[in-house]
Ligand binder design. Structure first.
Ligand code: GTR
Length: 412
């Protein structure tokens, strides 16, 4: 974890439901001018665009329009005894070979039909997924993690396979799903440098020092990268374009939700332990609060989001409306019991309060009104699961993701 600025340590953290402030959530089915949204058409024409714009200007920041990508295959080979293909592809994020790129690694199960795909950014580089010595190390900035041999913000051979437990690749492939992943730091290095590097610098307007208060922070930058990976996947006949899944953990779970909200080519969205600024309701202020996250990670959101430090009620949106922006597509919210920092109950409630939007659009919503027991997957259009244990991605999480996807996207 990153060092916490000392002033952030003084922010009181609430961990008791009895201590939470009283609040009223904005109604996803009432437009800003008070109009009640009662039809699918009014949702699509009025409320959905309005909410999307509010999240853009007040929370994540607006991303620029994307030029068509360019890509180049770096290598392709058989893996797992010939059961799958591993393809490495360089994706040029601005469409130009001299601009920033993300190195995508795509694992494709052998199949005579197009396969569904899980797209997810990774924290530690593509080489952290397996012991394969041919996967190149990321060249850019990495978080220092002594246990993984990452020093001076540089990946080393020692970090090969460091994230294997989070990526049960062979099992995912055996279940018929492809995996597409890239190192998130290829898109935007995860530190506060006033957006001098990564994707933001590449899109800076003439004379602009840094993004304006309503323009993209890092989360919106990473989501932009996910959409560029989707651009590539849409060009591949081996991929089923009706079953494209986006998944992310923690800050990348916030990112997968925003990617799913902004890019409807993602047919199913999974957020794992995404917490504050992800699936958790901000107004609860349980665990990590808006002020705390903006203090520790000032680069994740747009500068307008700072207005809501200790002032969540003034924000025109809350996170249940982010879930609603994914409707009617399936969305799975996953929590971990020991990850109280991410407010599991607040994550569940976001799903619950997005339910009326799904119902309006004619699908089932969340088939639960109270937190389910540990390990029980609520497999309705809005899905929810809480498992024992800590902030992490586990093999059992993947089983739940794929059970959810099998059911919600119609199986094989
Ligand atoms: C924490 C942060 C969380 C979560 C997590 C992560 O330090 O407070 O919001 O995003 O990092 O991404 O691992």
């Amino acid at each position: 974890t990153l060092a916490m600025p000392s002033f952030a340590q003084d922010i009181k953290v609430l961990y008791d439901e009895a201590e939470l402030p009283k609040f009223t959530l904005p109604d996803p089915l009432v437009a800003q001018d008070g109009t009640k949204i009662t039809t699918r058409e009014a949702w699509e024409k009025i409320r959905r665009p309005e909410l999307l714009q509010l999240f853009e200007t007040d929370v994540y920041g607006k991303a620029p329009a994307a030029p068509p990508i360019a890509s180049r295959v770096i290598s392709e080979r058989e893996v797992f005894g010939g059961k799958a293909t591993e393809r490495q592809v360089r994706i040029f994020l601005t469409g130009k070979e001299d601009g920033p790129y993300a190195d995508l690694i795509l694992f494709l199960p052998k199949s005579d039909k197009p396969v569904p795909v899980v797209t997810a950014l990774n924290f530690k580089g593509n080489h952290s997924l397996s012991d394969d010595p041919t996967i190149p190390l990321p060249q850019g900035w990495m978080r220092n993690i002594a246990a993984d041999g990452i020093k001076n913000h540089t990946a080393t051979e020692e970090s090969r396979g460091a994230a294997k437990s989070r990526w049960p690749l062979e099992r995912i492939l055996d279940r018929g799903y492809a995996v597409a992943t890239a190192y998130y730091g290829d898109i935007d290095p995860d530190f506060d440098d006033d957006f001098q590097n990564g994707i933001h610098a590449a899109f800076k307007k003439e004379g602009q020092a840094k993004p304006a208060a309503d323009e993209w922070g890092s989360i919106a930058g990473w989501a932009f990268g996910l959409s560029r990976i989707a651009d590539y996947l849409e060009q591949q006949d081996a991929i089923d374009h009706e079953r494209m899944i986006v998944m992310g953990h923690s800050r990348l779970g916030k990112t997968s939700l925003w990617a799913g909200a902004t890019d409807t080519r993602f047919d199913l969205v999974i957020s794992n332990n995404s917490g504050c600024g992800g699936a958790a309701l901000s107004r609860r202020r349980f665990g990590e609060s808006v002020r705390r996250i903006n203090t520790s990670f000032p680069h994740w959101f747009c500068d307008n989001f700072l207005k809501y430090n200790d002032n969540e009620d003034a924000c025109p949106v809350d996170q249940h409306e982010l879930i609603a922006l994914i409707a009617p597509r399936p969305v799975l919210i996953c929590s971990a019991q020991e990850d109280q920092w991410a407010d599991p109950h607040g994550e569940f409630l976001s799903g619950l309060y997005a339910d009326p939007v799904y119902r309006l659009l004619g699908t089932d919503g969340l088939a639960a009104t109270e937190m389910p027991p540990l390990d029980k997957l609520i497999n309705s259009r809005i899905g929810y699961r809480i498992r024992p244990g800590k902030h992490d991605v586990t093999p059992s999480d993947w089983e739940a993701y794929l059970d959810f996807a099998d059911k919600q996207l119609g199986g094989k």
